[in-house]
Design a protein around this ligand. Structure first.
Ligand SMILES: Nc1ncnc2c1ncn2[C@@H]1O[C@H](COP(=O)(O)OP(=O)(O)OP(=O)(O)O)[C@@H](O)[C@H]1O
Ligand SMILES: [Mg+2]
Length: 407
């Protein structure tokens, strides 16, 4: 196989950084990291593209850095999408197989999924993902793969993710202007979940929480499939802003202090220590205590966890645990605070599934871009199937199920 056919590339256009990964699909499902590039995010504010040229420049910078390490040019990428314009809902659809039971075929599965995705959306919204949860055959639920089973009526429950067309088109336009084709777009927390959640967590019920700079995106998995997803409008930069105001210090210094000394949970704070704080203007630096810093950070963390709790107070909450990822997950004390709030196990999610000695992959900030590469691999596998009659539909599937790639 040619190197180009084995290449898997992804772009995460975050509000803090633009991350590009170039990988290569190897033998036995192995994916090797070939190059990573990170550039400061410019031109994006939250989920909106505010300056096209700046965004294109940041994309080029990240991609060129990855290309330099990989020694390969990138032609097409999978891109992550998130933001307030995303809506998610569950839907059921089905088809009658016949008056007498007959075997379910691949085409039946496709038609049942088509029926489930036929929901009416506001005119500006378009479907991004159709994620099958379970099939029902003659009302018997919980079927993972109905292919070859007998029945009269086939139904499917799906999780649908829709987004406004314009913001996504703008992102695609920016990537195209940087000379790169967009192969597919994927909901960011879905990609992060693909990289961070274990099959057990997905099965037993876990929430993946991606704490970015501008916001926190979450997705709930149960019985192996997504059931709910959403956004909480608090991210890492809100903590930094609070520190800057609370300690009267510039944002860059507040960011350094947050990473070095910040703690989100006063009760978990060990021995108090002092650290130096740069002042604004010509004034000399001062000393501040970690306790004072924690008193600034904790209320924002409390707001964040309360918003998350409110968002998850729906039928599908965390049962097996919460996995925190994204750069913001590294704030000390956040794991303990979340565990106390939800009374379930909480851990930091690092991206898995890619081989290659790189510190890039041992950082939760790179969970999304790593998951996007895993999705690129799924697309490659679907394309290489000789009987891939469901090609156009497959772009919408994104689950850990064998049938997702097989139907
Ligand atoms: N060690 C650390 N401790 C606390 N916060 C950190 C640490 N390292 C990074 N962060 C925070 O993580 C955030 C950036 O995370 P990330 O790179 O995942 O965001 P992004 O993907 O660019 O943004 P978004 O997902 O919101 O578009 C910043 O707010 C940064 O302050
Ligand atoms: Mg992000």
């Amino acid at each position: 196989m040619k190197t180009r056919e084995r290449q898997l590339a992804a772009l995460d256009l975050g509000s803090n950084k633009v991350a590009a990964l170039i990988c290569e699909a190897g033998e036995n499902g192995r994916i090797d990291l070939r190059g990573a590039g990170i550039a400061e995010s410019k031109g994006f504010r939250k989920d909106t593209l505010v300056h096209l040229d700046a965004a294109v420049g940041a994309i080029r910078q990240a991609v060129e850095a990855a290309e330099k390490v990989a020694g390969l040019p990138v032609e097409s990428v999978v891109v992550g999408v998130a933001g307030r314009h995303i809506r998610s809902l569950n839907s059921r659809g089905g088809i009658t197989l016949g008056t007498r039971p007959r075997e379910v075929m691949g085409e039946d599965i496709r038609r049942a999924i088509e029926a489930a995705r036929a929901v009416s959306l506001p005119p500006e919204q378009e479907l991004m993902h159709v994620l099958p949860q379970e099939f029902l055959l003659d009302q018997q639920s919980g079927i993972r793969d109905p292919l070859g089973l007998l029945g009269r009526r086939l139904e499917v429950n799906v999780h649908l993710v829709a987004g406004a067309a314009a913001p996504t088109q703008n992102l695609i336009a920016a990537v195209n202007r940087a000379g790169i084709i967009v192969q597919d777009t994927v909901l960011e927390p879905l990609a992060a979940a693909e990289a961070c959640l274990t099959p057990d967590e997905r099965e037993l019920g876990a929430v993946l929480v991606d704490i970015g700079a501008g916001s926190t995106n979450w997705i709930v998995f149960q019985q192996g499939a997504p059931h709910d997803s959403g956004l909480v409008p608090v991210g890492g930069e809100h903590f930094t802003q609070d520190i800057a105001i609370g300690l009267s210090t510039p944002l860059w210094e507040a960011e350094r202090i947050k990473r070095g000394y910040g703690c989100a949970w006063l009760r978990g704070l060990g021995q108090d220590t002092l650290f130096e704080v740069a002042s604004v203007g010509e004034r000399p630096p001062r000393l501040a205590s970690r306790r004072t810093l924690c008193e600034i950070v904790e209320p924002r963390a409390a707001e964040w966890v309360a918003l998350l709790r409110e968002a998850l107070e729906r039928p599908y909450g965390p049962t097996a645990g919460v996995v925190l990822t994204g750069g913001g997950a590294q704030l000390e004390g956040l794991v303990d605070l979340t565990a106390q709030e939800f009374q379930v196990p909480v851990r930091i999610g690092l991206p898995k599934g890619l081989a290659g000695a790189s510190s890039t992959l041992s950082n939760p900030a790179c969970a999304t871009v790593a998951g996007l590469v895993l999705h690129a691999n799924r697309l490659r596998l679907a394309r290489s199937r000789p009987h891939g009659r469901l090609g156009p539909l497959l772009r919408n599937f994104f689950t850990g199920r064998a049938w997702a790639a097989g139907v």
